[in-house]
Design a protein. Sequence first.
Length: 311
Amino acid sequence: MAQCDECGSHENLPYQCRRCGGTFCAEHRLPENHECPGLNEWNDPSGVFDSGFDDSVQDEGDSRSLGDRIPGLGSLTGTGGVLGYFRGNVAYLFLALMWITFALQFLVGGLLGRGAMETLFVLQSDRLFYVWTWVTSIFAHGGLYHIAGNSIVLYFFGPLVERYTGSKRFAALFIASGVLAGLGFVVASIVLGATGVSVVGASGAIFAVLGVLTVLNPKLRIYLYFIIPIPLWLFTAAFAVISVLFFLQPQTASAANQGNVAHLAHLIGLVIGLAYGKRIKQPRRVPDRLTFGGGGGPGGPGGPGGPGRRR
């Protein structure tokens, strides 16, 4: 457990300033909050060192931040801006969007019919170029157990990964892995000769988050059903083995009531997460213990449901 250089508080998942090299808690992670010497060398006309959503992109001969270049963007992403409030809370934001989208599925389906709902929220093999569904399908789900399982994993694991990577990178990881997992599953199904394939759900993104955290701290102890202690690497490995088995043997998946789950999407998301975790891993610590519980569902006891329902 590290100690914040500014306030002395103990932190399970500390931040290391890339400019002064100090170790800080979440409250003092920003350079302007710990009197970082690097502030004296920073040219930021807007007075915002890091909004969490503004990369402060600089071109040769132009030191203006991205917020300065786009009219009105600075007021949204800067300190006190609307998007600034989501910094550090993107995992919870995505969790809320999942449930909002789930409710909208029922609303749109009830008012406009199932066809309209699928057009808006379901990534389908015969409508692959409905590009909005590449994203909306991540937040849509096929049933209560499906969204509940994904929500549990995102609630417990998402904030840990976000605190390590930062909100911008976490958001990019979640969306990109979700899109690639969904598209990868649909395209692979088409190549294998399947027709009428569709996919919804965040499990591709969830498995990416799980993969990142597994690389960061494979010995992280989690408690299935708040009772059974197991290391995170074993939890992740078990789901990977199950996904591979069910993908290679569809008849076994069907016998286990898992035939409508997009297991390949699980694997794509997990591989993305493991690769990204290996790329960003630094000598920081993450918590050594976490209580994780969940009910049975499409993804198995205590685990996430599949990212898709295949029909």
